[in-house]
Design a protein around this ligand. Structure first.
Ligand SMILES: Cc1cc2nc3c(=O)[nH]c(=O)nc-3n(C[C@H](O)[C@H](O)[C@H](O)COP(=O)(O)OP(=O)(O)OC[C@H]3O[C@@H](n4cnc5c(N)ncnc54)[C@H](O)[C@@H]3O)c2cc1C
Length: 401
């Protein structure tokens, strides 16, 4: 491949921060809020024009996995619980009665999860950033890290105003695709695993009637989940799988997704049923993941870890898992932490840790860890994990199941 460098691109100097978070999905929001609440100056970079990532732009409007253990006991608290309630602050929900904010126990039958309205949640997230005092750059594409050996000193960002350089003492990669860690030289695993998927929202007269009868506008909205089921073994073996190996591959994934959407649209009775929204980003479930200091997989079910930063019950599996801090870091980068669907994980547990609530959970842990790195000369590998755990517990997180 031919490489070239343009001589006309100049890089303007942006501000200096304690912590920079790359990617404003659920993990990035969690990381930014957590670092800010530790008193740090935080910059959140988002290439889109609103926050939430796959949860809002991608129309994945189901806040999962449930925050409880299925027997009425809460397992996930912290920011994951706070953002669940924020997701439904300005619109409908289907949260079972009894699961109130910071309740330790709830109904055994109704799980602690909800549907939410994506645009209302995006507006609420934008409000939250301002309330917290987090600097957000929208429409700002992270491009390249500046590395001094294993330490990142700043990132260049492509914006409509040109290319800017922002420096910081610590970083969180919440890009969903590991863009920062990958470009910083960390070992990543990248398998083209995604069968075609396209989630759209629609409404129709029957649903509207049901919503009117129930006095609940949320019942008018329907998720048109087209394509692959998340469980790999439910997807036919010879189905084409996509990754992010070339720009053409990504575009084909998006274009063929939209073709599937159009086929569904053509089947509508246009007087009775219409689309409300289509996704604004590629609906990849898994792209790159960090090969971290520890990789969580099936072998770790029901296992306790001394360096756990949170726990959950696996989706559709009866097993509890704890997430070691070591899944968020690599010795190849001293001051960059992973958050969200890119943390070091494999097998079925990976299909749980990539769900919204757990992305917020790992985002919160990465944000606090980054704030600790920003305030000292230590490295991610030498971080004082008991202190991180104390800070997480003080924020209502549960470390062990
Ligand atoms: C079809 C589908 C169905 C799903 N179903 C569910 C479900 O029912 N329940 C559930 O809980 N989860 C579900 N998930 C999973 C869940 O939605 C995601 O895994 C989770 O939201 C990922 O959060 P994240 O913050 O790690 O990454 P993302 O949501 O991918 O966020 C990454 C953010 O970073 C930004 N970004 C990326 N690169 C750059 C860059 N270079 N510069 C600046 N910004 C950048 C992106 O624009 C995005 O906002 C589903 C996912 C898919 C695809």
């Amino acid at each position: 491949m031919e490489h070239f460098q343009s001589e006309t691109v100049t890089v303007a100097q942006g501000s200096a921060y304690d912590v920079i978070v790359v990617g404003g999905g659920m993990a990035g929001v969690g990381a930014a809020v957590a670092a800010r609440r530790q008193g740090k100056r935080v910059l959140l970079l988002e290439k889109g024009s609103y926050l939430g990532g796959l949860a809002t732009l991608g129309l994945v409007v189901l806040y999962h996995p449930p925050l409880d253990d299925g027997a009425g006991r809460k397992l996930v608290g912290g920011l994951a619980e706070e953002l669940l309630h924020l997701s439904i602050k300005y619109a409908y929900d289907d949260l079972p009665e009894g699961w109130t904010f910071r309740a330790e126990k709830g109904p055994e039958k109704g799980r602690y999860q909800t549907v939410f309205n994506a645009p209302s949640f995006a507006l609420a997230l934008n409000e939250l950033m301002q309330q917290e005092g987090i600097d957000v750059l929208y429409d700002a594409l992270f491009c390249i890290p500046r590395m001094e050996r294993k330490r990142c000193t700043g990132v260049s960002v492509e914006t409509k105003a040109g290319r800017y350089f922002y420096s910081a003492r610590a970083f969180v990669d919440a890009s969903g695709d590991g863009d920062l860690l990958h470009r910083a030289g960390a070992e990543m695993v990248e398998r083209p695993e995604n069968a075609l998927t396209f989630w759209m929202l629609s409404t129709d007269l029957d649903n509207m009637q049901r919503a009117i009868e129930a006095g609940d506008v949320g019942k008018a909205i329907r998720i048109e989940a087209i394509g692959a089921n998340p469980h790999e073994d439910c997807v036919e073996k010879d189905v084409k799988r996509y990754g992010i190996r070339t720009p053409e591959e990504v575009s084909e994934f998006i274009m063929r997704g939209m073709n599937m959407g159009l086929t569904r649209l053509k089947s509508f009775d246009r007087a009775r049923r219409c689309l409300v929204s289509i996704p604004g980003m590629a609906e990849y479930r898994k792209t790159r993941a960090l090969v971290g200091e520890y990789t969580i997989s099936e072998k770790d079910r029901e296992k306790h870890f001394e360096d756990s930063i949170g726990c959950t019950k696996e989706e559709f599996e009866p097993h509890c898992i704890e997430i070691p801090y070591r899944c968020l870091m690599t010795r190849q980068c001293d001051n960059i932490l992973a958050a969200g669907r890119i943390i070091s994980s494999d097998g079925r547990p990976r299909d749980t840790i990539r769900l919204i609530a757990i992305c917020v959970q790992t985002g919160e842990a990465a944000g606090i860890a980054a704030s600790m790195l920003a305030g000292s000369d230590t490295t991610a590998a030498d971080l004082d994990v008991p202190t991180l755990q104390e800070k997480l517990t003080a924020q209502h997180n549960k470390l062990h199941f």
